[in-house]
Write a protein that binds this ligand. Sequence first.
Ligand SMILES: [Zn+2]
Length: 171
Amino acid sequence: MSEIYPSELSTDDLLPTSSRFAVASVNGAVGKGVRAKIGFERGTLVARFTGILSNRVLQHTLQVSPDTHLHDPYFVGMMTHSCSPNCVLDMHRLEIWSLSDVAPGELLTIDYAVTEDVLFRQFPCHCGSSRCRKWITGRRERINEAGLAYLAGLASRKVRSIASRTRWGAR
Ligand SMILES: [Zn+2]
């Protein structure tokens, strides 16, 4: 049974194994993600994670403290974002906990703004949640120019579709 982490990082029995998780491509837009191969009930410890501490924000880091980031390009750094995630990270204990029941085969998701002050890269979100913020930033940064343009584009499309429905309804 192969492990998710390389052997030098696999020092803890509660670290993820490939019998329980798969880091695999999700689709063209999202890239890779972490899927559970087994189910987890809401409110359970899903896995521990590990990595290398860094003072820089990288694509696969998670923030531990204002100046410390854990670089894990193998597992937790590969988790995808959702505005209604099924998991939450405890960055002190380095644990993943489930916020809802997770079915076998389901993607494990987290809300990036919960741990990150500033993201490596802001991005548009298509998570499908009714609470989707549409553009994702860290919790302590403003929406950048690209995000403002993207959100303005979404808003104008919405106005146009309401206007076209109204015209149709008036006929
Ligand atoms: Zn979203």
